[in-house]
Design a protein around this ligand. Structure first.
Ligand code: BGC
Length: 743
């Protein structure tokens, strides 16, 4: 036994040095015709790296290494089609180590598998190649959405694809296209926010960035839009707890970003781990086949989320045993099972086919999609490109892009008496949990799954406090790094002109990221309160993954700069924004609640505005969707429409004049909203119809034009189809309104 393991290792490692081209892409159908049932089912199986690594699952040997016997069994006995992740949530590895591990897998597959079908590796590269040491860690998606700049977001996703494929991985479990309608949810920061249109535009940008024009190119990866569908609104706010979403809302609020990504050619999709209306999505044929395939037209690969077939038995309790769970999810429409820790899926699915409960044709349709994915990614020819193709990994170019994205996301929500920007010789006291931390700027999915391991926080020169000292001058910046108690901190703060408090959230995602209360954690409330007592101007910098309630703190502070989770360049961007080297231009991609129980979104209905005194004043968020200030001023002059009455096939051109009346160059996001005055389904009081971010120099004036069609005001009707009804629609930009009549 020992000897054979040794020989096998030797063989594997001999082949691991380089990964030669395997073969020209086959005709997928003729390949399927040559495959045994077990080989087909193997293609539908995805295992975690831990299953083929040395040690036991979740107790792997470190540094991680492949176990050649386990790998050989996975290939020869189970014919696995895919491997994912980092091995039971363990930390990141160097690019070289990744390449080494992946080449060993490819080499073993080439040598041991009968048909030599490449194994596809998938990973969560959520804000950059976060599981590769030294990679560029970009702002989390919520910050990217706040840029309202789709071209910039596309470039960020392209760089993320580049650094992911540099480590050998051609499949990225990103972007998250869940619309975050529940601010308590632990994965709020992973989304593009709460608005359907903004999420959809960002979805398109993300897919374009990840897949490029040719997903087989060395710098592209396959996108995996997730988590289909309705994951972003768990009723309790806790991850993977039930959502209750009527079919109409499912289509109106949650499907559009997926539709946008599908239209852009997104190659794969991951299924929502939760249940909607009592039915786990992994067992829901209406959603996974009816809605996804027939209505939205998705032709790519649908992979399960982590262990979700097992969860149909253990968590959701809709299947009496694993075999029935496999039956349910394959019948519902799943293509690949992220099994990920055992091979029971393979055995049980084969039994189901032999018993005639699942047809081999059904298996073939999934295998065809998986093989097409591998073909389109060029994996048959090149399972992994040369390391030399990746000179820009973590390059200065990517660092600069990272800085640009972080800078563009920063959202100035309050700036009383122009307390910001800081003046050159002002003495600043900077404190708070995010002031000295990199992992609080990055959040989860940063070197480790939860992002809490501070040993990965190696960039002391890039914290907010360090960067502020560099910009403002070390003589003028004091910080709380040496303070052991609040009294000492207050003494130091007394000597300053202004106080910057960097608030934060503990990193966390999925179930470990659940919290019970949106309120700012008590110690941070006390810190703000104590420092406010000094009577000096207070500037809050909020590094939050979700809108923690800051009603009292914002009221007693002079400025609020919302930074989201801005990534490795966040400290530099924040310091530059505080000191006025950059002019903030981010806009909120969600409605910021005033209290922990207030979840009314900007696109609410009129009934949600009725206050206890029956006035229409109940909608009073802390900060509105789309809010964001600048160090300059923008003035809107007119909103002109080309026509006030249009037919269903017509279009209307809207022209908006906006000028920079301040003294600094700045970027303004022109936001066009609409309100359907009467509709058969209660309309929202306001909905985003279009937006454009423009740059204006002081004194300059710009004209932005939007072309809209009645279909832009369509809504999902009672029949679950998009409907356009005649009537009056009010368009709004800034304080201007214009009515148009749809005939
Ligand atoms: C998460 C997914 C992720 C997958 C693989 C799951 O727990 O919900 O978003 O892609 O794990 O790591």
């Amino acid at each position: 036994m020992r000897l054979s393991a040794y020989l096998l290792n030797l063989l594997l490692f001999c082949f691991a040095a380089e990964v030669p081209a395997q073969q020209t892409p086959p005709n997928v159908d003729s390949l399927i015709a040559r495959m045994s049932l077990e080989e087909k089912i193997g293609q539908m199986t995805q295992i975690d790296l831990g299953v083929i690594a040395r040690g036991s699952i979740c107790n792997l040997e470190q540094p991680q290494a492949l176990d050649s016997l386990k790998l050989a069994a996975a290939i020869t006995k189970y014919h696995i089609g895919s491997v994912l992740n980092v091995g039971c949530g363990s930390g990141a590895m160097s690019m070289e180590r990744w390449r080494d591990i992946l080449s060993q897998i490819h080499a073993a597959n080439k040598r041991l598998s009968r048909l030599n079908i490449p194994i596809i590796y998938g990973i969560d590269a959520i804000h950059g190649a976060n599981y590769t040491l030294g990679s560029t860690l970009f702002p989390q998606q919520i910050g990217l959405a706040a840029t309202w700049d789709t071209a910039l977001v596309r470039r960020v996703f392209a760089a993320s694809a580049y650094e992911t494929r540099a480590g050998g991985t051609p499949w990225n479990f990103s972007p998250v296209l869940d619309v975050a309608r529940q601010p308590l949810w632990s994965r709020f920061f992973e989304t593009f926010g709460a608005d359907v249109l903004l999420c959809s535009r960002m979805a398109t940008a993300a897919v374009l960035g990840l897949q490029g024009n040719n997903p087989a190119a060395p710098h592209s990866v396959a996108a995996c839009m997730k988590h289909f569908l309705g994951y972003g609104i768990p009723l309790s706010g806790k991850d993977r707890t039930p959502a209750w979403i009527p079919d109409r809302e499912l289509r109106a609020y949650f499907a559009p970003p997926f539709q946008a990504a599908i239209n852009q050619g997104a190659m794969t999709l991951m299924v929502n781990s939760g249940a909607i209306n009592g039915i786990p999505v992994h067992a829901n044929q209406d959603i996974l086949t009816g809605l996804l395939r027939k209505e939205l037209g998705f032709e790519g690969v649908a992979v399960s989320d982590w262990e979700d077939i097992h969860k149909l038995v253990q968590v959701h309790q809709v299947a009496p045993n694993l075999k029935e769970a496999v039956y349910m999810s394959i019948s519902a429409g799943l293509d690949m099972s992220m099994t990920p820790n055992d091979f029971a899926f393979c055995t049980l699915l084969a039994e189901l086919v032999r018993e005639g409960r699942i047809s081999e044709q059904r298996i073939d349709s999934s295998v065809r999609r998986i093989l097409l994915l591998k073909t389109k990614l060029g994996l048959f020819e090149t399972p992994m490109y040369e390391a030399a193709s990746y000179q820009d990994f973590a390059s200065a170019k990517h660092k600069q892009l990272n800085y640009e994205a972080a800078a563009a996301s920063l959202t100035l929500l309050k700036n009383e008496a122009s307390v910001l920007p800081l003046k050159p010789r002002e003495r600043i006291f900077v404190c708070g949990p995010a002031a000295h931390s990199m992992h609080l700027l990055n959040g989860a999915w940063s070197r480790t799954w939860q992002g809490t391991d501070t040993s990965f926080s190696h960039l002391p020169g890039q914290t907010i406090a360090a960067c502020l000292s560099q910009v403002q001058g070390t003589n003028f910046v004091a910080d709380d790094s040496k303070c052991t108690d609040l009294k000492q901190l207050m003494r130091l703060a007394k000597g300053s002109d202004k106080i910057v408090i960097c608030l934060a959230e503990q990193p966390g995602t999925e179930i470990p990221g659940n919290i019970d209360d949106l309120n700012l954690p008590k110690p941070q409330q006390e810190l703000v309160q104590a420092l406010t007592g000094l009577g000096k101007p207070i500037i809050l910098v909020c590094c939050f993954g979700r809108p923690r309630i800051i009603h009292e703190q914002a009221a007693t502070s002079d400025a609020v700069l919302y930074a989201y989770l801005p990534g490795d360049e966040g400290g530099r961007a924040i310091a530059d924004a505080l000191c006025g080297r950059i002019n903030p231009s981010g806009r909120l991609p969600f409605t910021y609640p005033r209290t922990a129980n207030e979840f009314v979104h900007y696109d609410h209905t009129a009934s949600e505005e009725i206050h206890t005194d029956f006035s229409n004043t109940a909608y009073r968020p802390e900060f509105d969707f789309g809010a964001g200030l600048s160090y300059t001023r923008f003035r809107y002059d007119t909103l002109l429409v080309s026509d006030t009455s249009i037919g269903i096939q017509d279009s209307v051109v809207l022209s908006v004049h906006v000028s920079n009346t301040g003294s600094r160059s700045g970027q303004e996001t022109v936001q066009l909203y609409y309100r359907d005055q009467v509709a058969s389904i209660t309309p929202a009081v306001k909905k985003l119809a279009a937006f454009r971010k423009i740059q204006l120099e002081p004194g300059a004036q710009g004209t932005v034009q939007f072309v809209l069609r009645p279909s832009d005001f369509a809504f999902v009707g009672k029949n679950l189809k998009y409907t356009i009804e005649p009537g009056v629609v009010t368009l709004q930009v800034d304080r201007f309104h214009q009515n148009i009549n749809i005939r």
